[in-house]
Design a binder for this molecule. Structure first.
Ligand code: ZN
Length: 218
């Protein structure tokens, strides 16, 4: 599914807290109540208003995002889509770690996503020693050109993050943000879709017909 990134004042988007495409209710300002205990034990409280801040409340999880000057300031990983649920767990961990740090370190996030893609190649049956060789091998096995470009984008940008390079990721954070979508697209094409088709095939095509098809193709 297409990721609808959160945009200021937009009525619905993929919630940065729960990841569901949901309706958002906007506040005009944020009012808070504070309370503290004085040394003599008296309880003191009062209001203060954050008139420059606005919030959007998700209709699904009821959590909020906080916005200042038209930009989301909480949660920090708000602009990044959730990982594809079909990603293997250790790769999902790398993805989520990258998501948590991308707003403060786009370079760190790009390096982690490169690591995620390296592990993904192993998951797809490659050796994992050299990511360049792994992608080459996948291309030989018939990897579609768009998937090759997605893999190579994460590889090149990730390399650039850890070696002296020409692209300054800290000045071009959007380059790092785009890589998250690429990792999800790669997973959708190479893991989720084959899994869905296989499940359907094994569930609804009778076994005798399947073995007939296998004989035809062998
Ligand atoms: Zn939500």
């Amino acid at each position: 599914m297409k990721h609808i990134a959160p945009v200021f004042k937009k009525k619905s988007f993929h919630c940065p807290n729960c990841g569901v495409l949901s309706e958002q209710t906007w506040s005009k300002e944020i009012r808070t109540y504070y309370q503290y205990v004085k040394p003599n034990g008296d309880l003191v409280g009062g209001n203060y208003d954050l008139t420059n801040y606005q919030s959007a409340k998700c209709s699904h999880c009821e959590e909020i995002s906080i916005w200042l000057g038209g930009k989301m300031v909480y949660p920090l990983s708000g602009l990044v889509e959730m990982p594809n649920p079909d990603l293997p767990d250790d790769i999902k961990n790398d993805y989520n770690e990258a998501k948590d740090i991308v707003s403060i370190s786009p370079r760190g996030a790009a390096a982690l996503l490169r690591l995620a893609v390296q592990k993904l190649c192993i998951h797809l049956g490659e050796k994992g020693a050299n990511i360049n060789d792994d992608i080459k091998s996948l291309v030989k096995k018939g990897l579609p050109p768009t998937m090759q470009q997605a893999l190579d984008s994460v590889r090149v940008i990730g390399n650039n993050a850890v070696h002296p390079g020409k692209i300054d990721l800290n000045d071009n954070a959007e380059i790092a943000y785009a890589l998250f979508g690429f990792v999800n697209i790669i997973c959708e094409m190479l893991i989720s879709q084959p899994k869905k088709v296989k499940e359907y095939y094994e569930k609804y095509i009778p076994e005798n017909i399947r073995s007939g098809i296998e004989k035809r193709d062998s």
